[in-house]
Write a protein that binds this ligand. Sequence first.
Ligand code: J2J
Length: 561
Amino acid sequence: MSIAFTSWPPELAEHYRQKGYWTDVPMTDILTRHQQNPTDHLALICGERSWTYRQLEHDAERLAASLLQLGVQPGDTALVHLPNVAEFYITFFALMKLGVVPVNALFSHNQHELTVYAEQIRPTLAIVSSGHHLFRQSTFAQTLSEQVTSLKFCLVDGDADFGYSLAAAIAGTLMPCHAFSSQAKKAVSWPELNASDVAFFQLSGGSTGTPKLIPRTHNDYYYSVRASAEICRLDSDTVYLCALPAPHNYTLSSPGALGVFYAGGTVVLAAEPSPMTCFPLIQSHQITMAALVPSAVTLWLQAAADDRSALSSLQWLQVGGAHLGESLARRIYPKLGCHLQQVFGMAEGLVNYTRFEDSEWHVLHTQGRPISDDDEIRIVDENGDDVPRGTPGALLTRGPYTFRGYYNSPEHNRVAFDKDGFYRSGDVVVMTEDGYLMVVGRDKDQINRGGEKVAAEEVENQLLAVPEITQAALVAMPDSVMGEKSCAFIVTTNPKLKPLTIRKHLRMRGIADYKLPDRIEKVDALPMTHVGKIDKKALRQRIANLLKKQSQPQPEKDVLS
Ligand code: J2J
């Protein structure tokens, strides 16, 4: 059984097929297409371990076979929670082969997010890591399976005294059965996949109380991957550093690891994007391309000022996920010695790139132009009327790889899309005369914390669940490294309530650390707009002014007073 989701209208689907965007080939092809190559190229490096394309496919097959043995079935769903390790991709391809549809949670996600995702997709299977504090013992897995009764199997990467061993499942030694002997292996037949079906759920950065899931089909996602690989000119010589979270849409598909696998290049995994972790990897694996968020670029520039000799192989640095200031952009080529490519994308679909042949002006000042000629862009004013080029407006889009509805969210979908199926991205952009986009603001209630998206309402709900907090509003405040951090304004019945206590409460409620308010301001009342909504613009202004005042040198005290 396939997952029910809102698909494209038949006439658009037909158009996307005719244009060759949708090829009706499932994404398993990304690996299988390399299996007959006479040279078995290196696909993946993770620490001391590496995989060729044949080894990667072989491991994915073995894991898929183990899962079949366990009783996992096509059409089931899975909750995956793995860090940047090779097993993430092995799992991704194994599940795809089986027609099992995963949510790949970020490793920074905590019990709140995992529970919310599991409640939405009702998974049969969880694949987790004992490297995360939630899965060091069985307690949380147990609680989750009691709460979400569909959950039957848990596979654990790393040492654990519960569940099945992921390593054993990949090695084909999970159970003393015959299915994994070479003879029996031939008997395993994979289900026929329909490329119009949902391949996996992508995560929305969101602005709502509950994190939303984005169904991505084989057809639409594979198109974005192939087109991205082409735009970024990937080939078998590409050595790509994946240092941001592997499940993120950016590092998965823009062109990301899938783009690199499609092109036959090599993906090198890093645990996180600090220069201390990444520079030695760049040097030792002669990495040619990396993807960063602007806050990490700042750290790379600082480190490279001392010594950039490790970066000599790096040709292209992609920067996206959050606003890249022009002055930072300007320093990339002279200080890191590599070219900049700006990327403006979203897990919901639309991705824009500056192109290699673009002028310096476009690369420094714009966030690129869409992947596809059939990415339809509308930029509108508050009445929904199109604005002329050069004028800021809200970005709406539809196209061959932009989704048509959040999973199981009919009410939210009514506001997230216009009547013609255009997705309201929540970004405020300007389009140049020649069709490039500049992101100049946001009209969604979200904080972009160095590329990590925090939905204000989700955190506000958690704050309101803290005893003695009666009102809460989360807004963005400027930060020199992260671009933005979060500030919570709260009204409380207890004037002695400490930020530390509030954070402790939020931690206990199990929200991801990056969603914890960076600053908490107590106020007597929240300002309201004339239509009775919390005036977040006023709050943003208030915290920005306060920060400015605090950063100014205090006037020296008169020694006589
Ligand atoms: C300003 N804001 C940006 C940019 C994204 C490639 C790259 C990034 C994402 C991503 C992605 C921005 N300048 N260059 O999925 O495939 C903000 C916008 C956007 C939101 C989407 C990809 N690049 N943004 O960041 O789903 O506000 O995807 O709507 O996490 O990030 O966030 P997300």
